[in-house]
Design a protein around this ligand. Structure first.
Ligand SMILES: Cc1cc2nc3c(=O)[nH]c(=O)nc-3n(C[C@H](O)[C@H](O)[C@H](O)COP(=O)(O)OP(=O)(O)OC[C@H]3O[C@@H](n4cnc5c(N)ncnc54)[C@H](O)[C@@H]3O)c2cc1C
Length: 412
């Protein structure tokens, strides 16, 4: 007979977002299973992960409340205090400085594997969380107020609530019959770790090129992690050219802002899509992170939105439990959806507008955006508002993101 496990909450997907939800609930009375289809991601100090994320101050607070921030800081992170954004098609530019709003940092550049590793350390120590790794969700059925989940080894898990934190392709979302709206951006993001002639000055740099934005993100060892958004064909070329030619092309595309690019790692490319689930809930299923929404990486917000989803859901589930209602209570899940959907949608629309505005090559539009950038740069209050929003310090934040226990500069 096939093995049968039981829990209150089954989280499918042990990426950054699924694992933060589990960690956020580590001190609750909920019995949780965290299911990850791949082998555990192992972080090693010897090599930098090519996948990094710009982490907002709100996400820092969430990771802190989830018990993982010290683990992240102990492994490796890189704070950035300033951000320079400029347009290759004109002289418009904007400069953000954390000092303008009295904060020590705008955010942190953190390797994705560092975040997962630190969160995994927390959940592995929790008595109420079981981690199943190397096993995949296949399908589920609902009956008698329970959800029966089948895994690819033939075993079963029954749970009250099934959380899809299983990424853009989300098998849980498909199994729940939740439709998605979206389309490819028609761009790929090329990532690599590079050495530049001049220091990155703890600054995140972004140049808008006609084919897409090119970002240089500061790393702790002085190198930069780059995200170069371009056409699929150019991305293919950039991955396959020799290192010398790549460095030369990259330096040119970046207008040698940090001098020449003197060394590079190998490159990887990711197709970019915009995608939004029509509903975040269906019966016993709820979606968080990229399973619910995928957006352009140009403002570095994807996982930050996912962390806010996880923090909001954790808060609502604890309230639901306190009121002795079932975890799949439609009212509670509806509250989660209302809380997060508007926020995620408005970020998605902003990213689409940005992409279209900066992709436009018509002279009047180019002129307008250059004037707009410079105007915003000179307008104190508008600029401060943008900084606060980008740092995740504005809006209807879940309690975990509001905590005042965020790190001091000494913790970095
Ligand atoms: C080039 C690039 C740069 C980016 N930069 C930033 C940035 O600077 N800042 C930012 O906030 N965001 C950024 N993002 C977005 C960010 O990477 C994503 O939003 C984030 O990784 C989503 O995390 P997730 O946990 O929701 O999903 P994923 O990371 O996709 O995790 C899903 C997990 O589910 C598992 N899974 C899938 N199917 C199954 C199954 N059937 N059974 C069990 N497990 C399963 C997978 O193995 C995976 O581990 C960037 C994205 C790209 C492409």
């Amino acid at each position: 007979m096939s093995e049968q496990r039981q829990c209150d909450l089954l989280i499918v997907g042990g990426g950054m977002v699924g694992t933060v939800l589990a960690a956020a609930l580590r001190d609750s009375d909920l019995q949780i299973i965290l299911l990850e289809g791949a082998a555990p991601a192992v972080w090693t100090p010897d090599e930098y992960d090519l996948r990094v994320s710009a982490i907002t101050r709100a996400s820092e607070r969430i990771l802190q409340a989830a018990g993982a921030w010290d683990g992240v800081a102990r492994r490796r992170l890189s704070p950035f205090r300033e951000m320079h954004v400029w347009d290759a098609g004109g002289d418009g530019s904007i400069h953000f400085d954390s000092a303008d709003i009295g904060e020590p940092y705008l955010g942190f550049i953190i390797e994705n594997s560092v975040t997962v590793d630190a969160l995994r350390e927390v959940v592995l120590q929790a008595d109420n969380i079981a981690c199943l790794e190397g096993l995949r969700f296949e399908s589920y059925s609902q009956c008698d107020g329970q959800c029966q989940v089948s895994l690819d080894d033939g075993s079963l898990i029954s749970c009250d609530l099934l959380v899809g934190a299983d990424g853009r392709q989300s098998p849980v979302r498909d199994a729940a019959g939740i439709a998605v709206q979206g389309r490819p951006y028609g761009q790929h993001a090329v990532v690599a770790t590079v050495t530049t002639e001049h220091s990155h000055q703890e600054t995140a740099w972004q140049r808008f090129l006609p084919e897409g934005p090119l970002a240089f993100l500061p790393l702790a060892d002085g190198r930069c992690s780059i995200v170069w958004t371009t056409t699929p064909e150019r991305a293919d070329e950039l991955i396959n050219v020799d290192d010398e030619s790549f460095c030369e092309q990259l330096g040119l595309a970046f207008a040698h802002r940090l001098g020449g690019v003197t060394a590079t790692t190998h490159r990887l490319a990711y197709p970019l899509i915009q995608q939004h689930a029509q509903s975040y809930t269906a019966g016993h299923v709820v979606l968080i992170g990229d399973a619910a929404h995928a957006i352009h990486p140009l403002a570095g917000q994807g996982v930050n939105l996912g962390f806010l989803d996880a923090a909001a859901l954790a808060e609502i589930l604890l309230q639901t439990r306190q009121h002795k209602r079932p975890l799949w209570d439609p009212q509670a899940l509806g509250q989660y959806q209302r809380w997060r959907k508007g926020d995620n949608l408005s970020m998605m629309w902003s990213m689409t507008a940005f992409k279209q505005l900066f992709g436009a090559q018509l002279s009047p539009l180019r002129l307008m955006r250059n004037m707009g950038l410079s105007l915003v740069d000179r307008s104190g209050p508008v600029k401060q508002g943008i900084i606060r929003h980008a740092m995740g310090l504005a809006g209807d934040l879940p309690r975990m993101a509001r905590s005042t226990a965020a790190s001091s500069p000494d913790a970095v």
